[in-house]
Design a protein around this ligand. Structure first.
Ligand code: ZN
Length: 120
C-alpha cells in the first residue's frame, strides 16, 4: 500500500497499514519502533517494546469506556486496518495498565496534548 509514494506495512502496535519502514515509525499511532527506542525503554527485544506501546495505545482515555480491540476498518487518518493483525497484549494487561494510568491522571492532572509527527 502506498500513500504519497511511501510504502506502508502493517504496524505491529495498532494494526493499521501505516508503518513506514524507512522511518521505522507508524503514521497512524505515531509509535517509533527503533533499536534506540527499544534500548531507551530498557528492553532487549522489539516484542517487549511493541507490547508496552500497545498497552498505552489501547487504554481508553475515558475511565468508564470498555477496553476493546475493535477498531474501525479505516482509521481517522485514513489508514486501512489489517484484518489479519492481532494484538499481542491481553485485555487483562490493558485493564491493569488502565488502573495505573487513571490513578496517575487523578494525582497529576495534566492537559494531554497529542503531538503528531509530520513533515512540517
Ligand atoms: Zn501504528
Amino acid at each position: 500500500m502506498a500513500k504519497d509514494g511511501t510504502i506502508y506495512s502493517t504496524c505491529p502496535v495498532c494494526g493499521y497499514i501505516a508503518f513506514n519502514s524507512q522511518e521505522e515509525a507508524c503514521d497512524n499511532c505515531g509509535e517509533e519502533l527503533t533499536e534506540e527506542e527499544m534500548r531507551e525503554s530498557g528492553f532487549s527485544s522489539m516484542d517487549s517494546l511493541i507490547r508496552l506501546d500497545q498497552l498505552y495505545y489501547f487504554v481508553p482515555d475515558d475511565e468508564k469506556a470498555a477496553i476493546t480491540f475493535e477498531q474501525p476498518t479505516i482509521s481517522e487518518d485514513g489508514y486501512t486496518l489489517d484484518e489479519s493483525w492481532r494484538p499481542s497484549v491481553s485485555k487483562d494487561a490493558i485493564k491493569k495498565q488502565a488502573i495505573h494510568y487513571h490513578e496517575f491522571r487523578r494525582k497529576y492532572p495534566i492537559k494531554v496534548e497529542i503531538i503528531k509527527k509530520g513533515q512540517d
